[in-house]
Design a binder for this molecule. Structure first.
Ligand code: HEM
Length: 640
């Protein structure tokens, strides 16, 4: 940091020297001679002018940065990150190479100060000091996410001009009491309403029922056997990309648990379109015009059409006004009552047409899927990639299978030849409360969620320590800075350096359980995120914290149990690298295909004789030669 500052200062001095001494000395002569050449040769003049413009912009912004860094004035703005391109600043890097940009800034400034980044007409404050993260995220009255959310509604979810004003005009905040000085009619308090409804339905009985339905749907999905699909043969087969295979199955199960089965069944291409849309998020987020990114916008449009079709069908068959506490919590047409409440509210604004209502639900479906499903994949792949970890959690996973009381079948007994009745039923409470499995879940979120929590001071300038963040500026709290900050995680959470934060460590979130062993010397451990404020924050913080986090936890952890009941798997190429196009957007999916060996344990249709289908390869001679026997050995260790 110090040497960086010194280098900047030296550069600034050199620049000042050259600017003030142009007519004299060696450097002045060079500049004059160059200027001469420029006049004589117009072909040279344009590139030279551009180069001079870039250089002088860099020099000036470097000077400003150095001055701000040296300043101790209370209420100063964070130092600007020097940039080369006038007006645009780091806009291009922010859109196309976010990881490099953030890493470069962290390498240069450490955690000594927040940094201002110039992004075209806007400016962003990149927060780098972990101790500021939690207070900032909690300050939801003065620092809201509204400006950013309006952009997301229009660009990512396609809300059209005729409805976007509802979101723009609502400056009343998310609290039950509107922010002072605001006068938004109650039926147009969009942020408050959506936030309150999500929080209401994502807890208690409603959460429990949605969570159970996800597991039920997933179990049904995995129990389905396609005689022409080699994966269902009971042999070991090679799947070229497990990510694609798994997330599509999980998505169908999860989305139907929220909005019923008709969204998917009425729109046969919906699951594929949704993944195309999610895959294209990095493109849409760059604000490219439609003709440059037809795939992205095309998928978004097809999904919005599908949602409209589903709304129309649901309205025809079921009254969305029947959504009170005494009405059924669920019907197949709307799914959870939550969807009816949301729809009724949208209609009651008097300003939302069918398109706007579809965009609203696209926002919800994306919030519910874009992070949770890739994270469920990482959770599973980390467990299966480490055979010793898999062995340690198998018994716990197996406990989640509900054995019918009447059945004489022992589900955990490898010796039984009788197949249980499918689909299996699950109760994942033991899984979600298991310390080691929770630690794995939290570690996966730490490593794989790279999200910018965006806020903006809305009531006026926001004072944070010695700094002022200007009203309207974009304040960005980057989770990767928190997740990999040695100071925040401390020696225990890194096993005194033996388990660096750059590596996956299944036990990072286990601490001595002093309640059951006050000496702390015993082996009793518990799961804990204590002391990690400003370190572990995949779900954000304060009252805007993700209301779906409990469901996400159930989906991530429960889906491993359901998968493990039906399949054995070996990861062939280890844990894949992440797709950096998603850095800053949330969960990063894998950046390469994920080949696995996989074998159905339950409901298998028999030997496929090496038949190939859809890139899936049946192995002619399964290792160990036991591929065709009936399998009731739940959670075998993944090896023959
Ligand atoms: C690993 C999975 C997930 C992650 C990392 C995640 C993360 C987040 C974050 C960071 C926010 C914004 C918080 C803020 O502004 O400070 C958010 C908002 C939200 N999330 Fe999640 N989320 C996940 C899963 C889910 C699931 C499964 C649902 C289910 C419905 C969900 C529903 C929502 C909703 C509705 C909002 C907007 C809340 C509001 O209106 O204020 N999320 N999520």
């Amino acid at each position: 940091m110090d040497s960086g500052l010194q280098r900047l200062e030296a550069l600034a001095k050199l620049a000042m020297h050259n600017i003030t001494h142009v007519p004299v000395g060696g450097s002045g002569k060079i500049v004059l001679a160059t200027a001469d050449a420029v006049v004589q040769n117009w072909k040279l003049s344009l590139p030279m002018s551009i180069a001079l413009l870039l250089l002088s912009t860099y020099i000036i912004t470097s000077l400003q940065s150095v001055i701000a860094l040296r300043s101790s004035k209370d209420g100063r703005e964070p130092p600007i990150k020097p940039y080369w391109i006038p007006y645009l600043g780091d806009w291009f890097g922010f859109l196309t190479a976010r990881r490099g940009l953030v890493e470069g800034i962290v390498a240069k400034y450490g955690d000594s100060t927040p940094v201002t980044i110039k992004l075209g007409p806007a400016k962003a404050y990149l927060m780098l000091q972990p101790e500021t993260f939690a207070p900032l995220l909690k300050a939801t009255r003065s620092c809201t996410n509204k400006a950013f959310a309006v952009l997301v509604m229009s660009q990512m979810f396609g809300t059209k001009k005729n409805a976007i004003h509802i979101y723009k005009n609502d400056n009343s905040g998310i609290g039950s009491v509107p922010l002072p000085g605001t006068n938004v009619p109650p039926n147009l308090r969009v942020w408050y309403h959506q936030h309150r409804t999500a929080s209401r339905f994502m807890q208690g009985e409603s959460l429990k029922l949605i969570g159970e339905r996800v597991m039920k749907n997933l179990s049904e999905e995995l129990a389905k056997v396609d005689p022409s699909d080699p994966v269902d043969s009971g042999e070991w087969v090679t799947l070229p990309d497990f990510y694609k295979w798994w997330t599509r199955k999980l998505f169908a199960a999860a989305i139907s648990a929220i909005c019923g089965p008709y969204l998917v069944s009425l729109n046969p291409g919906f699951v594929d379109d949704f993944w195309t849309y999610l895959d294209e998020w990095p493109t849409i987020s760059k604000f490219y015009p439609r003709f440059i990114a037809p795939k992205a916008y095309g998928a978004r449009e097809r999904i919005l059409d599908a949602i409209k079709r589903w709304h129309a069908h649901a309205k025809e068959h079921s009254d969305y006004r029947l959504n009170g506490p005494n009405d059924p919590y669920w019907d197949d047409y709307w799914g959870s009552s939550w969807l009816k409440v949301r729809y009724a509210w949208g209609v009651d604004t008097g300003a939302m047409d069918d398109d706007a209502l579809a965009s609203e639900d696209l926002a919800l479906f994306t919030a519910a899927s874009a992070n949770a499903l890739p994270m469920a994949f990482w959770n599973l792949i980390e467990i299966y990639n480490d055979p010793s970890l898999l062995v340690r959690v198998q018994e716990e996973l197996a406990k989640s299978i509900i054995t019918p009381p009447s059945s004489s079948l022992s589900l955990s007994s490898p010796s039984s030849n009788e197949e249980p009745q499918l689909p299996l039923q699950f109760d994942i409470a033991t899984v979600t409360s298991n310390p080691l499995l929770q630690s794995v879940y939290a570690e996966v979120l730490r490593m794989r969620v790279a999200l910018f929590h965006n806020r903006s001071p809305t009531l006026g300038d926001y004072k944070l320590g010695p700094f002022t963040l200007k009203k309207g500026g974009l304040v960005t709290v980057p989770t990767p800075v928190a997740s990999f900050h040695e100071g925040v995680w401390g020696p225990e959470r890194t096993d005194h350096g033996r388990r660096p934060l750059t590596q996956f460590w299944a036990e990072r979130f286990l601490v001595p359980d002093l309640d059951s062993d006050p000496s702390g010397h015993g082996k009793k451990v518990k799961f804990s995120t204590e002391g990690l404020e400003g370190g572990w924050m995949p779900y954000g913080g304060g009252s805007l914290m993700c209301p779906g986090r409990h469901l996400a936890k159930q989906e991530m952890m429960g889906s491993v149990a359901v998968f493990a009941a039906y399949f054995d798997m070996q990861v062939l190429n280890g844990v894949p690298r992440m797709d950096d196009r998603f850095f800053g957007l949330g969960a990063q999916p894998p950046g390469e295909p994920v080949p696995v060996r996989i074998r159905r344990k339950l409901g298998a249709v028999g030997n496929m004789n090496g038949k190939l289908s859809g890139g899936v390869k049946v192995e002619q001679r399964p290792r160990g030669g036991s591929g065709s026997r009936k399998r009731n050995a739940f959670f075998s260790d993944g090896r023959d």
